[in-house]
Design a protein around this ligand. Structure first.
Ligand code: PHE
Length: 346
């Protein structure tokens, strides 16, 4: 009897310092575990005289039940306390103002590029893509750019090293210097009539206020049995009037490209001075916006088209240059510095 009340007293005393489920496990073991106080008491019953055993056994069992009930209540209490703690950890104050995530926007070059694409798609052109790492054949040879043409000069073209022979770097792989190789790839895949544009990145070893080593071009090509220079003029005039406004003056100026004959450069009346003559148009009143011409028969020969049957025109333009003119930007490098004060204006 004495032992029983000692155990009960100890139990009640220790109960208060059980602060988590781990404590509880040890606490339980001390009383009703294999070596626990109650278990030991039950084992010692056999040492009592026979007639005392039932009464003592009953009392021990009562204490055991009391302890078990207490432990159960304690466990429930500890668990709910822990759950409350967890909840508190990610307590959310829904009255706080939300975090502002500013919406992104398209880069000005992407915006102008998309505008250009839309204008040509409206005129029935599809969109074609080609590789930026290109074979010499597509970038130069098939476009009637002979081996000694200045456009092949090491200063302009980035060559990709492919093999070394006798200390001499021989490479037939380049970073494309224009989008014109896509003309060749596009024609190889089709038979006329056809019309497509080819937007994309091009690379030239050049860097100053109006040149960056990488920039964007949009190429265009239309081939058929009765495509004429008048079609070239019509399509490009419509294009310029959409991009720069319907009252923009346009002129075609004779020029030279190895892959077109005749060739023409397209100028628009200077956006900044309205044709009076200023620093940007170098006093001429005109700004050059794109190159164009009738596809050279040598180019048709390279793709196996009948030069008697087909005629075509091609054109190419620099997207950054058009974006600079459209928005009055005087340094091309602004497009690639990622200064938010600049980008946020678009
Ligand atoms: N490929 C020429 C350039 O990069 C542009 C051009 C394309 C000119 C098609 C005429 C015809 O300057």
């Amino acid at each position: 009897m004495e032992k029983l009340s000692e155990i009960k007293e100890a139990f009640n005393r220790e109960k208060g310092s059980v602060s988590d489920l781990n404590d509880l496990r040890q606490f339980r073991a001390r009383y009703i575990g294999k070596r626990g106080a109650i278990t030991e008491l039950l084992k010692s019953l056999s040492a009592l005289p026979k007639e005392e055993r039932p009464r003592a056994g009953k009392q021990i069992n009562e204490l055991k039940k009391f302890i078990e009930a207490e432990l159960k209540a304690l466990e429930a209490d500890l668990k709910s306390r822990q759950a409350r703690k967890e909840l508190q950890k990610d307590l959310l104050d829904i009255t706080l103002p939300g975090k502002f995530v500013p919406p992104g926007s398209y880069h000005p070059v992407s915006q102008v590029l998309q505008e250009i694409i839309d204008i040509f798609v409206t005129m029935g052109f599809s969109v074609e893509e080609g590789p930026e790492v290109e074979l010499d054949y597509y970038n130069f040879e098939a476009l009637n750019i002979p081996k000694d043409h200045p456009a092949r000069d090491m200063q302009d073209t980035f060559y990709v090293k492919t093999e070394t022979r006798d200390d001499l770097i021989v490479s037939d792989v380049v970073l494309r210097t224009h989008t014109s190789p896509v003309q060749i790839r596009g024609m190889e895949k089709r038979t006329p009539p056809l019309r497509f544009i080819a937007p994309g990145k091009v690379y030239r070893c050049d860097s100053d206020v109006s040149h960056t080593p990488m920039f964007h071009q949009v190429e265009g090509l239309m081939v058929g049995e009765d495509v004429t220079f008048a079609d070239l003029k019509g399509v490009l005039e419509v294009f310029v009037h959409h991009l720069f406004g319907p009252d923009t003056p346009v002129r075609f100026r004779p020029s030279y490209f190895p892959f077109t004959e005749p060739s023409a450069e397209v100028d628009i009346g200077c956006i900044l001075c309205g044709g009076e003559g200023c620093r940007v148009c170098k006093g001429t009143g005109w700004l050059e916006v794109l190159g164009s011409g009738m596809v050279h028969p040598k180019v048709f020969e390279a793709v196996g088209y009948d030069t008697e049957r087909y005629r075509g025109f091609a054109f190419g333009m620099g997207v950054e240059r058009l974006a600079m003119l459209k928005y009055g930007i005087d340094d091309i490098r602004l497009f690639f510095e990622n200064d938010l004060r600049f980008l946020r204006q678009f």
